[in-house]
Design a protein around this ligand. Structure first.
Ligand code: P5A
Ligand code: ZN
Length: 479
């Protein structure tokens, strides 16, 4: 597909324009679909998406999850069983009311998330403690009638790539361990894409409807706002009670199970694009790049010499392909500079240039997308050298992103200080955990409470509102 847009990319410092232009120019999404909040995956974007989702599949499977598939439509009576869940989602549900011209006897919800599709089946499947833990997930589309500003990959009305896991456990503690495990899996997933994350326990007013508590994974976007890129919820026995999910314990008693659920969406792709991209376009971690290596022949016109170069390109391509690397030769008629531009825009991690001078020395020029570092390497070592560069790239990209993140976390002791930092990034401050104080900090500063950070030493200090002893919390402007 050749739909090259010749427009130049706005600088990344104009983040919103850069992001939207890049999605089109790099052929990730076409945002022109005529329904608000719904977008189209181009083949290149979809290949990127599939590479990313195979990582999450791998990690979930390794942790003993199994993939399943439940229906898109949820009958109204099931959807309406859990009071808090309904309250949380009622304004966001699309309803199917007719089959052709016939009104349906019972309305059907397009799943905004699948608790109420899955748990009636868990009611049938969970019988005894021997069935537990039960750990399933699915990767499906879900629909949410979002009223906030919609944005491609970030806030969708059709989430096309919703990975949702739903687990069932014997007791509260076992479920709590799974919530922690889920967060570790997501952090590892993001680490595999070179994305540093922050984990925190959401305040009660921001937890998942129907959950006991919610842990969230956040990433810092270039504009200083935070994007929630994954959540894990402890459901306790709240849904087990409404869906009668009970099992026979070792004493022969029927007891309620405890559940968790956790999910990510294509926001993970938005994060990968935004955290690593630069003024020239995408910078993709090698593992997820649809094209990992592009080979550009440098031709000067002498026919016999050109043939020699093209055949060297082909043999390098074969060596890399045999090594399992996704490799392309760009032998189009464009000038090398135009080719560089095109593949840099698409984030290809490694470029190989082969010209007559290189060939004379049995070597090629290898260029890294993230640093633009150039070096000459021997053709005999090519697969090893490319692999080496790629491994270094992932680590370097992670550490560069981590450094940027750390520079944008600010310690603040008063609401004035917090407001001052509001546009710049994440604020660390103290809060007494009282909801009234929490809401007041949010209102005074225009920032959202991300919650108490998980996994780092939490410090104490005085609540910025009431002065009582408080706990360390993180705040940010959010998407
Ligand atoms: C967990 C999986 C749930 O729905 N049920 C099953 C639980 N949680 S959640 O927090 O509501 O959503 C999980 C993650 O999905 C992303 N997300 C979205 N992404 C794009 N567009 C949207 N409209 C959207 N809504 C939620 C968030 O990353 C969220 O953490
Ligand atoms: Zn307080």
């Amino acid at each position: 597909m050749e739909n090259m847009q010749q427009t130049t990319l706005p600088p990344k410092s104009s983040f919103s324009e850069w992001y939207h232009e890049l999605l089109a120019a790099a052929e990730i999404m076409d945002i022109r679909y005529p329904v608000k909040g719904l977008y189209v995956w181009y083949p290149f974007g979809f290949a990127l998406r599939n590479n990313i989702y195979s990582i999450i599949r791998e990690l979930l499977n390794k942790d003993g999850h199994e993939e399943a598939l439940f229906p898109l439509l949820i009958p109204e009576n099931e959807f309406m069983k859990e009071a808090e869940h309904i309250k949380g989602f009622e304004d966001e549900v699309y309803w199917v009311t007719h089959g052709g011209t016939t009104p349906l006897e019972m309305k059907l919800a397009l799943r905004p998330t699948s608790e109420t599709a899955i748990y009636p089946m868990y009611n049938l499947w969970v019988r005894s403690h021997a069935d537990l833990p039960l750990k399933l997930y699915q990767i499906v589309n879900t629909f949410r009638y979002e009223t906030k500003h919609t944005r491609p990959l970030i806030r969708l009305r059709e989430i096309t790539s919703f990975q949702e896991a739903h687990t069932v456990h014997t007791d509260w503690d076992d479920a709590a361990k799974q919530v922690d495990r889920a967060i570790e899996i997501y952090q590892e997933f993001y680490r595999r894409m070179g994305i540093p994350t922050i984990v925190s326990k959401r305040p009660s007013w921001d937890k998942f409807p129907g959950a006991d508590y919610t842990l969230a994974v956040d990433a810092l976007m270039p504009d200083g706002r935070v994007l929630q890129i994954g959540t894990a919820h402890h459901l306790a026995d709240n849904f087990a009670k409404t869906f009668e999910i009970t099992y026979e314990d070792t004493d022969g008693e029927q007891v309620y199970a405890h559940q968790t659920c956790y999910g990510i969406s294509e926001r993970c792709i938005a994060a990968a694009i935004s955290v690593h991209g630069d003024d020239r376009g995408l910078v993709l971690p090698p593992e997820i790049a649809p094209v990992q290596v592009v080979i550009v022949p440098i031709l000067f016109g002498r026919r016999d010499q050109n043939d020699e170069i093209l055949s060297a390109c082909a043999s390098v391509r074969d060596m890399l392909a045999n090594h399992g690397l996704r490799t392309r030769i760009d032998d189009s008629d464009e000038r090398p500079g135009a080719k560089y531009y095109r593949w840099e825009l698409r984030g290809v991690p490694v470029r190989i240039e082969i010209g007559p001078r290189d060939l004379a020395q049995n070597s090629v020029v290898l260029v890294r997308r993230d640093t633009s570092d150039k070096r000459s390497v021997s053709i005999d070592q090519i697969a090893y050298e490319v692999q080496q560069s790629m491994d270094m790239m992932l680590d370097d990209m992670y550490h560069a992103a981590l450094q940027k993140l750390n520079l944008r976390i600010f310690d603040c002791r008063t609401t004035d200080e917090i407001s001052e930092k509001a546009m710049q990034g994440i604020v660390r401050t103290s809060w007494c955990l009282d909801s009234d104080c929490g809401h007041e900090i949010e209102e005074l500063t225009g920032m959202r409470m991300l919650g108490v950070p998980v996994g780092s030493e939490t410090m104490t200090g005085d609540c910025v509102i009431c002065g009582r002893e408080g706990t360390e919390v993180l705040m940010a402007r959010t998407y």
